[in-house]
Ligand binder design. Structure first.
Ligand code: OXD
Ligand code: MN
Length: 591
């Protein structure tokens, strides 16, 4: 279909390996969507949902052992092991191509290989990068339609010699023992085989937009971050943009689509969404950082999403949405735990089995209707809070970065770093406590620097150096903050109400950026002074604010031990400046 000889020869090479019966080039048209959906309905790959209640929506189940990103099967394949560092899995490119090649070999016999040209970022934007995904999954094509700009316009823009990331995906047997997710940053290539789960197979997302892009960004002088982007309009009508990194299970999508509490809305505060997961960020001539959301859709976690927790997400997913691994109701609508309304009397669970509320397995555990990591894929354009300029090819200027973790005791509700270098330290030491929804021991602290632990395509020490270097180029760098919505009291109850009320914290951040909010200095950074957070219309128990903003030396001493352990792991690639910040923090507590 194209005139791009490198593209053509790469497709031929992949076809020789995988031996599909057909090769179909995707143009991104509506007619193509309808045709692919019909095919997938016929084979059972997709189920059509209730056209009246959920127009344009479809349902899909993945294999039972293929419901989340498989980090232990994800590798960065570079010629030198030391370039990926101790926080990534490494394989040599030779071994990667051989091992994955053996699984890909002949795996598309009897199937069609779809060619999906896509752009991360608006076509023509200085931020954007092209990719082409070859896949034997209609589910993947339909998801890529929502999550990226794809089809003919991208092929046209690629012309006959445009640069693109070579993305090969094959479902093979969808066997966890024959599954590999490989990034080859030196070849600008991704190979994913043996999975059908979104994070492993929508190769424009985590694989390209974070792992490969972070590697590209280091060479080209920009950063690819696991960050949401929101705009906050103050009562004077001025819009300020904030980008935020949070490890999973910290409410990133909710924050990206925040609905202001009545009291703040009445004062004229407004929130708009630019993106909920990934930000590509570049310095510009004005000495500031500018960012785009390279995606065009949301691939969000369903359980916990309801009209109260995330009104805008609920409004977004009422049409043209792909639901994966949720509960299917008899009226062909969907449900999930902590969703809306009472649980349905019966349905088919995410594994396709008959389900009633309260059913238990042999060990007496409640069987959930939806998988805890069940998902919706929905177009960003349908989100009521989407910013009018969310597709601006020039991006938006970032005034503040926020790093957030789930910490029951340690971190105050919010604090501001003293400067850029200290801010990089705050991001580099980001950590979160595990919840029941995650694998591992509940409460265990997982260090997740800048929420990039599973996504940084090169050595984490070099990544911190890159951040430091970037900061030196800026005359007007974003201010850097840390937030923690999850402090608990002596009874284990959350002290801060969270959700829409988090805007009160963003509002303080906004006013700090404009130089107008009160703060007091603590060893960890600036925290809001008494009364500086607007609590109008919020009834907090007495002393709650003091509890939320308290900085305990004993807790921080314990934290510093863990930070030291993590920093030591990074060896001599950890920039000296991070140790300087470590010692300075220790010293501030000793004073
Ligand atoms: C995601 C993730 O799915 O971070 O966005 O795992
Ligand atoms: Mn994410």
């Amino acid at each position: 279909m194209g005139n791009h000889s490198l593209l053509e020869s790469w497709i031929e090479e992949c076809a020789r390996l995988c031996r599909p019966d057909d090769i179909v080039w995707c143009d991104g048209s509506e007619e193509e969507r309808e045709r692919l959906e019909e095919e997938a309905f016929a084979t059972g790959e997709l189920i059509r949902l209730n056209e009246e209640k959920l127009p344009g929506c479809v349902y899909h189940r993945t294999a039972v052992d293929d419901v989340a990103r498989t980090e232990h099967l994800t590798f960065i394949c570079t010629s030198r092991k030391e370039d990926v560092g101790p926080t990534n899995n490494w394989m040599s490119p030779k071994e990667g191509y051989e091992r994955a090649g053996a699984i890909f070999r002949d795996s598309m016999k009897g199937r069609t290989m779809y060619v999906v040209p896509f752009s991360m970022g608006p076509i023509g934007s200085p931020f954007s990068k092209f990719g082409v995904e070859l896949t034997d999954s209609i589910y993947v094509v339909l998801n890529m339609r929502i999550m990226t700009r794809m089809g003919k316009p991208v092929l046209d823009a690629l012309g006959d010699d445009g640069v693109f990331t070579k993305c090969l995906h094959g479902q093979a047997e969808r066997d966890i023992n024959r599954r590999l997710i490989l990034q080859f940053p030196e070849d600008n290539a991704i190979w994913s085989v043996g999975s059908g789960y979104g994070g492993n197979v929508l190769l424009g997302k985590k694989c390209l937009s974070l792992r490969i892009a972070s590697y590209m960004g280091r060479r080209e002088g920009w950063i690819a971050e696991h960050m949401l982007i929101v705009g906050i309009q103050d009562p004077q009508g001025k819009m300020t943009y904030i980008a935020g990194a949070f490890p999973s299970a910290c409410g990133k999508t909710n924050l990206a689509m925040l609905v202001p509490p009545d009291a703040l809305r009445a004062k004229g505060l407004k929130v708009v969404t630019i993106g909920d997961d990934i930000a590509w960020i570049r310095p510009k001539e004005d000495g500031r950082l500018w960012a785009i959301n390279p995606e065009t859709g949301f691939f969000g976690v369903a359980p916990g999403t309801n009209w109260k927790t995330n009104h805008n997400a609920m409004a977004t997913i009422q049409r043209n949405t792909i639901y994966t691994n949720v509960l299917l109701k008899p009226d062909m609508t969907v449900w999930w735990e902590d969703g809306d309304g009472t649980p349905p009397a019966e349905g088919l669970d995410w594994e396709g089995n008959y389900w009633r509320p309260g059913m238990t397995d042999e060990e007496g555990r409640i069987i959930p209707g939806a998988n805890p990591n069940s998902r919706f894929t929905a177009p960003a354009s349908q989100c009521p809070s989407i910013a009018p300029n969310w597709e601006d090819p020039e991006g938006v200027p970032i005034s503040a970065f926020i790093f957030g973790g789930r910490r029951a005791h340690l971190a105050p509700l919010v604090y501001q770093s003293f400067n850029w270098q200290h801010g990089v330290f705050v991001g580099a030491t980001l950590a979160s406590e595990r919840t029941a929804a995650q694998y591992g021991t509940i409460g265990e602290v997982r260090r997740d620097p800048m929420a990039m632990l599973p996504f940084c395509g090169y050595h984490m020490g070099d990544y911190f150096s890159h951040w430091l270097e970037l900061g030196r180029k800026l005359t007007d760098p974003p201010k850097i903050f840390h937030v923690n919505w999850f402090r608990t009291d002596e009874n284990g109850q959350f002290v801060w109400p969270g959700f829409g009320e988090n805007l009160r914290v963003l509002d303080w951040i906004l006013r700090r950026c404009q130089g107008g909010a009160g703060a007091r200095e603590t060893p960890t950074g600036y925290v809001p002074s008494a009364g500086a957070i607007d609590t109008d219309g919020l009834s907090l128990p007495s002393q709650a604010m003091e509890k939320l903003l308290n900085v305990s030396a004993a807790d921080w001493m314990e934290e510093l031990e863990a930070v030291e352990e993590f920093f030591s792991l990074l060896g001599d690639r950890l920039p000296e400046a991070m140790w300087d910040e470590y010692h300075a923090l220790r010293h501030r507590f000793d004073r």
